[in-house]
Design a protein around this ligand. Structure first.
Ligand SMILES: [Zn+2]
Ligand SMILES: [Zn+2]
Length: 183
């Protein structure tokens, strides 16, 4: 590896947002679209029929129709996201979907993001459950993410020196430092 390589983005750098978007299942997208259409229908067809006095000005009505339907759609996407995100953190999807659904004004979703556990995966060597912030497996010491050989804090596989202690990472044994970038 030469120095020019270190300026490039590591290929395994997770694309957080787009990979999170993939967690939204199709059924919740459908529900979101249905919510969009449903709220518009409610606003422009059902509500005017039951109104006995002249309603608010048209601009106001458009504003409310858009914001309420967007909120309803967001709710559906949120619940879909939780249904796929909770299991990979060993949290109950059903309970958290219910909490997100019943808590008003998105409080449930905020609670979920505050309280959710780190992503759990399996050790590639022994299968022990490991959290995303672990560097080594607690059972077999297999290195599961790149770390500085001096202070043992996180390092990117392409770094030459530790950003925390300045340790020369190239002097660490190469397989340990880059194992995460190869897998
Ligand atoms: Zn292990
Ligand atoms: Zn260090």
């Amino acid at each position: 590896m030469n120095r020019a390589d270190t300026n490039q983005v590591p290929p395994n750098q997770p694309q957080r947002f787009s990979s999170d978007l993939k967690l939204i299942p199709r059924w919740s997208v459908m529900l979101a679209v249905a919510a969009l259409v449903g709220v518009q229908y409610l606003y422009w067809v059902v509500l005017p029929a039951h109104r006995h006095h002249p309603g608010p000005p048209i601009g106001m009505r458009v504003y409310f129709a858009i914001t309420w339907s967007a909120l309803a759609a967001l709710y559906m996407l949120m619940i879909g996201y939780v249904s796929n995100d909770a299991p990979r953190r060993h949290m109950s999807a059903q309970i958290w979907m219910l909490i997100c659904f019943v808590m008003p004004a998105g409080v449930g979703a905020v609670l979920y993001f505050l309280l959710r556990q780190p992503i759990i995966s399996g050790c590639p060597a022994c299968g022990t459950r490991i959290q995303s912030d672990y560097h080594f497996c607690p059972q077999c010491a297999c290195q599961v993410s790149a770390a500085c050989g001096n202070c043992y804090r996180s390092a990117r596989p392409t770094d030459l020196f530790c950003v925390h202690c300045g340790h020369d990472l190239a002097s660490d044994s190469m397989p340990e430092r880059v194992r995460n970038s190869i897998s």
